[in-house]
Design a protein around this ligand. Sequence first.
Ligand SMILES: Cc1ncc(COP(=O)(O)O)c(C=O)c1O
Length: 395
Amino acid sequence: MNAATGELYRQHVVPNYNRYPVCIVRGDGSRVWDDTGREYLDFFPGWGCAIVGHCPHRVVDAVRDQVGRLIHVPNSWHTEAQGLLAEALTTRTGWGAQAFFCNSGAEAIEGAIKMARLWGHSAGKFRVVSMLNSFHGRTLGALSATGQPKYHHGVEPLVPGFSYATFGDLEDAERLIGPETCAVLLEPIQGEGGINLPPPGYLQGLRELTRRKGCLLILDEVQSGMGRAGSWYAHQIWDVKPDIVTLAKALASGIPCGGLLATPEVAVALKPGTHASTYGGNPVSAVAALATIATIEQDNLIERSKVLEVKFRTRFEALAKRCPWIKEVRARGVMIGIQLSVDGAPVVKKCLDNGLLVNCTHQTVIRLLPAMNLTDAEFDAGCAILEDAIAGLAG
Ligand SMILES: Cc1ncc(COP(=O)(O)O)c(C=O)c1O
């Protein structure tokens, strides 16, 4: 990396991230290049944002065209792009929803929590049950919903009203839901928590439980949405109809964009004056999101994500036979977790040295969120590097 860039960061950027000494300057599909001209394959493009790869041409064209005409329109006016995006996202749920737009995953969660509290206000309902090991973002409300004490440490007191159930344990959720509970909030597939799939019947059970107890079901699909899990929304895999769904990350291919989808009966709680976001549904992000959706559909990428799931699972389950330190391979579409019994950091480092970008979460899970249009040749080349890195661990 250019030493001057490193120095700029050292002097002028808040040191809240662990950054690799690599400066990325260009991307195309599942490849990026650094400032020395070195090429990398990317199995974690944009931390899940580049779901159709870096710089997808439809998104690039749509954004270029939009910024040349109009960059920002506040929400005191209408734009066709925001309306079309709301239609595109809500019709794909199949359960009739209305959309609210913001800029990030955490902001979508904040909106969902406020909507649920406003919905339950007259009945005295304000508590939220979320899950242990969850991840919902870093703003104070989203952090309070995140069931991981390590992220709470030092910024307490948290927002009151949150309690945490064990993911996958229906009885534990039932134990925590009381008359003041307005919502149960969870990721249908835990992402940062290690790509944890819900046990059979769990999401359906939560839907039945929340209905019976008179509270809402909020599904955080910031990571699992937009086709990544092999269905437009992961909740469709289990045929569950939530009250609110949150989206971000891949929504606009990396142009900042978040949103929530809610049933009209719940959406009505967000009356004028109760919530807002200056940039939310901005036309640049809206056309980027529409072009992302068009790319996924016109290139048949939801089908491709299912094919990739099988390819990744087969490849790393075969490796597990040689490497007993691979404990489990968990995959849904292009959400893949390789559970190790040892520290995964050396794997990330060795992959980087050999030209492949991957992630490790919770110390022992190699997490891959590849683009849905990863080619077979890129899959083979990247897997060879990753296999070599995992096989090289001491076990
Ligand atoms: C499921 C989930 N929800 C919320 C967030 C927060 O999103 P953001 O970083 O855009 O605020 C994340 C980020 O990783 C996430 O994975």
